[in-house]
Design a protein around this ligand. Structure first.
Ligand SMILES: [Zn+2]
Length: 588
């Protein structure tokens, strides 16, 4: 993938895979390699290895492997160009400015950069208003009342938009033109299309950052009884509500590490949970989750605990989000917080009243989503036939969305038991529903490395690594067709082609072209402890292969002879046998 001479190639030459991987995995030196716990599968003893000189990684447990870019792509769930950029940044290599394709594109990029800059400016402005103005003092009192101290305000960049109506506008105006001001969403134009005024007035502001931590929008809560209670930035060239999750920029590390995310509704909930020491929390900032948000989350984990508000709107939002998450093959649990007194508790209120520890305890006990749904269904009147039908109709769409057939069947049994339903009837409804499903679970190709013979392993290693005679070795192997019929044939073929090209062989690129189990075997071979290869050794390996082939041929000939063929043919076979035996004897 990294073309010679390209920027990617340069980054790869300079990047230190141990350092880059080391930012994600605790690595320990072990012989010539570094090893650690594999970040791609759960394990207790390390089977994940990084090779510093070959600049590759490989897991002997789950079989993943590749170069530094592949690693970053897998970890960050990003595309190749993004991985190059990340690696370059981690290694302090200057990234060349991207070439814009057209003047329009350049203009758009400039505009986006200006909008981001404007949001940065607005953020500084809002924070200052909160900290240093009389109006801000009232906002501070409100925040303190909600348990947010100075430290929290600073940590989450909370600010205040004053009531004046054009205070921010006047602050930004000398630096930006009117058109851009309106496009930023920070400023609105009145109905008649004339006067400009601040979008956020007399509101507490929460900066909303995109995944890379740049502020692209604001959420704002009314300080008084102004409606709406919560007001967000509109859609702009730098912000789309359905693409952003609040707190994602700070949560992603924790989400990846713990392999699950907590999903809450609002900023204050996310802030409360994060302050309780649970960093892997994000807020959807809306009543329901949108598909792009799920895709974003899916880059870091497939496990989510949904902790929405317990009111009716929150329940509907929970259920709608559940459907979407299930469709995307997420493992979902639901935390429904118990009421405090007679007040329904959102995470913010709950943590304030009951403390972080109690919240954490309930989080650990969060129900698998089906149990949550069954509990919901049980609230329906299950004594009547109509009520039961209703309950099944409520549950069925969710069960239907489970991509895994076995799981689906297990849940059907549980639902039948818990709701005291007639299981065959429920199953009939389910299988009808299942028949309507188009996609079935894809089965992973079997990841089983096979035992290649030592001679093959040695030759593969030489083809991959002995620059001095690699090309000559490849020629000999190809001319004699020595690897045909071996279980390693595909690996040999790929390496021989790469060696004959005269270009340096990149193990990861050869690996890319192979099937998974072949790539896995190739990487295992590359990680074996081995001496410097020599030409003499290469020749003796070739002889060994020739010997093996002669033995195979001899066995074939012997079988044909024993089949008692007609005289002419038998004579030929006997001659062949003599010759093969001579060859084998000479090789000894
Ligand atoms: Zn692994």
């Amino acid at each position: 993938m990294a073309e010679a001479g390209s920027f990617a190639d340069r980054v790869k030459q300079q990047a230190d895979i141990v350092r880059v991987v080391g930012e994600y995995v605790r690595l320990k030196k072990s012989g010539q390699n570094f090893t650690g716990l594999c970040p791609f599968h759960a394990e207790k003893s390390p089977s994940f290895a990084v090779h510093p000189s070959k600049q590759i990684y490989h897991c002997f447990g789950c079989g993943v492997g590749g170069d530094v870019f592949k690693f970053v792509m897998e970890m960050e769930k990003c595309a190749f160009p993004e991985a190059i950029r990340i690696v370059a940044e981690k290694c302090g290599i200057a990234v060349p400015r991207q070439k814009e394709r057209s003047p329009e594109e350049r203009k758009e990029n400039q505009q986006r950069a200006l909008l981001v800059e404007m949001h940065r400016e607005a953020q500084t402005f809002f924070v200052k208003q909160l900290e240093a103005t009389p109006e801000g003092k009232a906002a501070r009192a409100y925040l303190e009342d909600r348990g947010l101290d100075k430290e929290a305000m600073t940590r989450f960049g909370i600010g205040y938009a004053p009531s004046g109506g054009d205070v921010l506008l006047r602050h930004l105006k000398p630096k930006c033109n009117e058109k851009l001001l309106v496009e930023s969403g920070l400023v609105s134009r009145d109905q008649s299309g004339g006067r400009l005024f601040d979008r956020f007035r007399r509101r507490i502001t929460f900066p909303i950052a995109n995944e890379s931590g740049k502020i692209v929008a604001f959420g704002a809560r009314a300080l008084g009884d102004d409606m709406p209670k919560y007001l967000n930035s509109p859609e702009t060239p730098i912000y789309s509500k359905s693409n952003v999750l609040y707190h994602m920029d700070r949560a992603k590390e924790g989400i990846r590490r713990q392999d699950f995310a907590i999903l809450v509704e609002g900023y204050l909930d996310a802030i409360a949970v994060a302050r309780a020491g649970i960093s892997n929390v994000v807020a959807s900032c809306g009543t329901s989750l949108a598909e792009p948000q799920i895709k974003l989350l899916g880059r870091f984990t497939r496990r989510v605990i949904v902790n929405y508000d317990p009111d009716a709107a929150g329940q509907i939002a929970t259920e709608r989000s559940l459907s979407l998450l299930l469709e995307q093959d997420f493992e979902v649990r639901v935390l429904a917080l118990p009421p405090i007194g007679n007040k329904k508790a959102d995470p913010d209120l709950f943590i304030r009243e009951k403390g972080a520890e109690e919240y954490l305890k309930l989080l650990k006990e969060a129900l698998p989503y089906v149990d949550y749904l069954i509990a919901r269904a049980r609230q329906m009147d299950l004594t009547s036939g109509e009520g039961k039908r209703q309950a099944v109709n409520f549950l069925l769409p969710y069960v239907q969305k489970i991509p895994n057939r076995i799981l689906r069947s297990e849940w059907a049994t549980r639902i039948a038991q818990q709701l005291r339903l007639d299981e065959p009837v429920l199953r009939a409804a389910l299988s009808k529903a299942a028949a309507e499903r188009r996609s079935e679970l894809k089965i992973q190709p079997e990841l089983v490395a096979r035992a290649a013979k030592p001679v093959e392993r040695r030759l593969i290693r030489m083809l991959a690594e002995a620059p001095g005679f690699r090309q000559e070795l490849a020629k000999q192997l190809q001319n004699a067709g020595l690897y045909h019929g071996l279980e390693t044939e595909k690996i040999f073929e790929a390496l021989v082609i790469a060696s004959l090209s005269g270009q340096p062989v990149q193990a990861t690129e050869v690996g890319e072209a192979l099937e998974d189990r072949d790539r896995r075997l190739l990487f295992e071979i590359l990680f074996e402890e081995a001496n410097e290869p020599t030409w003499e050794e290469a020749m003796s390996c070739i002889e060994a292969l020739q010997h093996r082939r002669a033995e195979r041929e001899l066995a074939d000939v012997q079988r044909s002879i024993e089949a008692n063929p007609p005289g002419q043919e038998l004579r030929g076979l006997l001659e062949k046998k003599q010759e093969l035996m001579r060859r084998l004897a000479a090789a000894r």
